[in-house]
Design a binder for this molecule. Structure first.
Ligand SMILES: O=C(O)c1cc(C(=O)O)c2c(n1)C(=O)C(=O)c1cc(C(=O)O)[nH]c1-2
Ligand SMILES: [Ca+2]
Length: 706
């Protein structure tokens, strides 16, 4: 096809002049995910139909935001692969495979997922799960340069989309659940040469500090945090502010999560759970605002930042709009980090409110699980996770994929805590005895709920709420057509009115939708496109779709009068399990414990899979025959199943296998009784019971307790 003009810095700055394109992760530098396109609007949306779909070769889940440049769509898929397709037809143009070693999955917290790319001139930039930053020629789909941005010996991974401004590519990484130290780096877009690196938390003071900001931050830490990594990973949001020429990063949670293990003796632990402003050219610290001092619940501040001009107390202020895991919407002045407002958008129990004189939260006593277990809102998954939100300057509303859910925390205190390489190191157990009765009651009183929530930013309160039947729903797009688009985990794409949240259009996507939709135009026709496919940490922990399996990941694009159709989805036949073993009950229970510790993160708690990785209850006979070889010898390593012979022996694996067979029989009995086999509705009704089973599973999954 036609070669388009390079995507220069000038084009990125003036993205509104080419609304037919979607040039960066959040569409433009403001990252509002608001599009000026309005052909699809409240009047016309009823004729919106599928224009095309593109299917990838796996079903490991997709979190990608596609880019669209002059009729070509670029997106990522599982294992950090990248694709180019024709944006009007979905016709394949090229695929780029960085060949991520599949064993990397064990030290990636949340699956082989990736959130997208950045474009600059004729290059695309891709972060890979194993920590590389790769420049790809966007015409030929071949590699221009590649740099390793992380120490491969440590449990770093890249899941987020790089950002680009002023000729530099900005990239962070994930891994704080495994005990890493967070940082963000800038690379020259043309050469791949590193220009600067900013660490988000101090290292060992004995090694000297990288800069004055680290020296000051170290005064807010105690103990020997560097031995545990300390955390503060920049795994999602990085936003360039063209008006003030600043770069904002959202900093992640502490490692381990439990602050008494991480920094005995207290301290705010800067810059955990903070928004930090940096000089985009040098990486020099400018200012910060810490949302959750001494973070201890996995409350990352990495969730997407949007920049906006807001009417506030009779003035127009340039603000950061932020709705991170901690459950508050923050309005932060972009000039200096002053907190203008912090109001809860969901159920919050860890803090009662923010003291506006000090800008600090007022913590609720007992919520930090100090010796005593606590049921805390929001859960470690957050009131809102990475799923992109949108802000419409037309309505003044922020549209948040809200998750209203609590979670029990139960401390593993020193000296029982041991830091384990390659495993989650949170420093708490989730549920388990002796607190489970209390938690069951707390849980039943407030079952997990989710909504699309419209937040009136200037009034700092909820405008409307569209409740969803299921938790963990997708990201959001707002448009000048007075519409908001959101996918759901139960497999629908919705268009709702931006003013009142009424649903005006629905499409059955056959599979969960996690990322945010995008919109663009080709030859005067507006398209809405979204990546469809379940994965990531959230869906794998709740196991919807488990009995129906998943189609492969897809990009679906819609336009007015589009009349393409999806092929009918035929749920796979499930094999009958082998005969129950003669193993003793206590050994099966031990197998359950081992399963929760080593297998559940991918294969689901209580062996309830999410359909993206093999569900242990539906193994074909050949895998039962080769169970030991798969777990201990790496028989399926190339498919992403690591070997566990460093932590398990044959007797352990036999117990795990017996537990898996037991679960297969339990499931078969349940299916036979209730006819769950193919009825999605019944499955949804059962969601809360299964979510409960997850929360109350034995305590070991979070590691650190052996
Ligand atoms: O602390 C970290 O380094 C880190 C990294 C990531 C990631 O890279 O995806 C997630 C989280 N934390 C996290 O807390 C979280 O809830 C989460 C959800 C997801 C996902 O893709 O579904 N990733 C991550
Ligand atoms: Ca985290």
């Amino acid at each position: 096809g036609e070669v388009s003009l390079p995507v220069s810095g000038q084009r990125l700055l003036a993205a509104d002049e080419e609304p037919h394109n979607w040039l960066s992760y959040g569409r433009d530098y403001l990252e509002q995910r608001f599009s000026p396109l309005g052909q699809v609007n409240t009047e016309t949306v009823s004729s919106l139909g599928l224009a095309w779909y593109f299917e990838s070769d796996n079903h490991l889940g997709t979190e990608t935001t596609p880019l669209v440049v002059d009729g070509v769509m670029y997106f990522t898929d599982a294992w950090s692969t990248a694709y180019a397709v024709d944006a009007a037809t979905g016709a394949f143009i090229w695929k780029f495979d960085p060949h991520v070693p599949r064993a990397k999955s064990i030290t990636a917290c949340c699956g082989a997922i990736n959130r997208g790319m950045a474009v600059w001139n004729n290059s695309l930039f891709l972060g890979t799960l194993d920590g590389r930053l790769v420049a790809i020629d966007r015409v030929s789909g071949t590699e221009r340069w590649s740099v390793q941005t992380t120490d491969p010996e440590q449990a770093y991974s890249i899941t987020g989309a790089p950002r680009v401004a002023k000729g530099l590519v900005y990239i962070g990484n994930g891994g704080s659940e495994f005990g890493t130290r967070g940082y963000v780096s800038a690379y020259d877009a043309e050469t791949g040469e590193m220009r600067w690196r900013f660490h988000t938390i101090p290292g060992n003071p004995a090694d000297g500090f990288e800069n004055a900001a680290m020296e000051q931050a170290a005064a807010t830490w105690n103990g020997q945090w560097w031995k545990y990594g300390g955390g503060g990973t920049v795994w999602d949001t990085i936003v360039y502010d063209p008006e003030l020429d600043q770069l904002y990063i959202g900093v992640g949670n502490g490692a381990p999560h439990n602050r008494r293990l991480r920094s005995p003796g207290g301290g705010d632990n800067l810059f955990l759970s903070s928004v930090v402003a940096l000089d985009p050219d040098t990486g020099e610290y400018l200012w910060h605002y810490q949302e959750v001092p001494a973070e201890t619940w996995d409350y990352t501040a990495t969730q997407q930042i949007a920049l906006a001009d807001i009417h506030w107390n009779g003035e127009v202020r340039k603000v950061i709009v932020h709705a991170p895991k901690a459950g508050f919407v923050y309005l932060i002045d972009r000039r200096d980090g002053e907190l203008l407002s912090a109001e809860a958008y969901t159920t919050v129990s860890w803090a009662s409110h923010y003291d506006m004189d000090s800008g600090r939260p007022v913590e609720v006593e007992g919520q930090d699980y100090d010796g005593e277990s606590a049921f805390v809102f929001p859960s470690a998954m957050g009131g809102h996770n990475w799923h992109p939100m949108a802000y419409s300057p037309d309505t003044g509303y922020l549209y948040i994929p809200e998750l209203d859910m609590g979670m029990p925390f139960d401390e593993i205190s020193a000296p029982d805590y041991k830091h384990l390489k390659r495993h989650f190191n949170t420093g708490y157990k989730i549920g388990g005895e002796p607190a489970s009765q209390r938690f069951t009651e707390a849980f039943m009183q407030h079952l997990p709920k989710a909504s699309l929530l419209a937040w009136d930013v200037s009034r700092a309160k909820v405008a409307w709420k569209l409740p969803h039947p299921n938790v963990h729903n997708g990201g959001v797009l707002a448009t000048a057509g007075s519409l908001v688009f959101q996918g759901t985990s139960d497999g629908r794409l919705l268009a709702v009115r931006a003013d009142d949240g009424s649903v005006v259009w629905t499409f059955n996507t056959q599979n969960s939708v996690l990322p945010g939709p995008v919109t663009y135009a080709v030859d005067g026709e507006q398209y809405i496109a979204v990546a469809v496919g379940r994965g990531g940490v959230l869906t794998s922990n709740t196991g919807q779709n488990y009995h129906t399996g998943n189609p492969n990941n897809r990009i679906m694009a819609f336009k007015l009068k589009g009349n393409a159709t999806l092929p009918a989805w035929v749920p796979p036949e499930r094999p009958l399990p082998p005969a129950r073993t003669a193993m003793r009950e206590e050994d099966i229970a031990a197998g359950h414990q081992l399963f929760d510790r080593f297998c559940a993160r991918c294969h689901g708690a209580n062996a309830i899979g999410d359909g993206s990785v093999p569900d242990m209850r539906y193994l074909e006979p050949v895998w039962h025959e080769n169970f030991q070889a798969v777990v201990l010898e790496g028989l399926m390593e190339q498919a992403g199943m690591p070997r566990f012979d460093d932590v398990l022996d044959a007797a352990d694996v036999e117990k795990i296998h017996a537990f898996v067979i037991e679960r297969a029989h339990e499931d078969l009995a349940l299916r036979t009784e209730t006819g769950w086999w193919a009825d999605l509705k019944d499955e949804l009704a059962d969601l809360s019971a299964r979510a409960l089973a997850w929360f109350l599973r034995p305590a070991a999954q979070s590691g650190g307790d052996e």
